[in-house]
Design a binder for this molecule. Structure first.
Ligand SMILES: Nc1ncnc2c1ncn2[C@@H]1O[C@H](COP(=O)(O)OP(=O)(O)OP(=O)(O)O)[C@@H](O)[C@H]1O
Ligand SMILES: [Mg+2]
Length: 247
């Protein structure tokens, strides 16, 4: 693939002695939105955690824009390689204000740079901007997710890893989040996103990959997959149908 941003080559990784990724190989293109699909427990979040240096890689290599980052830890990935991660679920300091959460998000940048960048990031999130003095826990679920993304963008990441951002959000908020990700990609950010909201995600993504039991079972262009009459069967029918598709 031309212009590869993220590359896994035969990666084995997991938790303790229990390996989840079984010689996983995949590639995601620079400046594109790549979706990571697959059933619960397939290893989607594990891929993001492995890429972000949170799990030990037992075998294989991970590369970022051609640079080997196997074994590089989360902090170095963030600061030196421009990788930001918005994990699944809620990840804010609920007792702190929106503003304080943003300041903490920029801790690796230093306070001066962080404060200078906050207004620029907030321009993308008008609803968050109105709530700077509120406790983060007082925000709606959608506003909290937007704050998490805002916090990640303070680092001006080259690569944004985002795990199921639409969970618990209304369709309108999901549409806002997807529009924002599309804008980031147009501006050159590489996005790797896990999403269960398959149809709407495919409409905004460039590429789609599916995992099953820690292996890649499908990699196609998003619009091609969306046009596939078998899409309902593929995704509503679950992993078995996906595996048949590849066979
Ligand atoms: N911290 C952990 N310790 C041990 N096993 C874990 C841990 N996190 C995940 N696993 C296991 O790893 C496997 C893959 O989990 P992962 O979270 O990557 O799946 P997923 O595809 O993201 O699923 P979901 O759609 O439910 O979020 C599962 O069997 C899960 O139980
Ligand atoms: Mg997950």
């Amino acid at each position: 693939m031309q212009d590869v941003a993220i590359e896994f080559e035969d990666v084995v990784a997991g938790y303790g002695d229990f390996m989840i990724l079984n010689r996983l190989s995949l590639q995601a293109a620079r400046g594109k939105i790549t979706l990571l699909l697959g059933p619960n427990g397939a290893g989607k979040s594990t891929v993001l955690k492995t890429l972000f240096g949170m799990l030990r890689i037992r075998q294989g290599r991970v590369r970022l824009f051609g640079t080997d980052i196997t074994g590089v830890g989360a902090k170095a990935l963030l600061v030196q390689h421009g990788v930001a991660f918005v994990p699944q679920g809620r990840n804010l300091f609920g007792q702190l204000t929106v503003w304080q959460n943003l300041e903490l998000g920029g801790i690796t940048l230093g306070m001066k740079t962080t404060r200078a960048r906050i207004p620029e990031v907030l321009d993308r999130f008008p609803r968050v901007k109105e709530r700077l003095g509120s406790q983060a826990s007082a925000l709606s679920g959608g506003e909290q997710k937007q704050l998490e993304i805002a916090r990640a963008l303070l680092l001006r990441p080259r690569v944004l890893l985002i795990d199921e951002p639409s969970i618990g959000l209304s369709p309108l908020v999901v549409a806002d989040v997807f529009t924002l990700l599309r804008q980031l990609a147009e501006q050159g950010t590489t996005v790797l996103m896990v999403e269960q909201n398959v149809k709407s995600a495919l409409k905004m993504a460039d590429e789609a990959m599916a995992l099953e039991s820690g292996r890649l079972v499908l990699h196609r262009r998003a619009e091609e997959l969306l046009a596939d009459p078998d899409i309902e069967r593929l995704f509503l029918g679950g992993a078995q149908a996906l595996a048949q598709q590849v066979a």
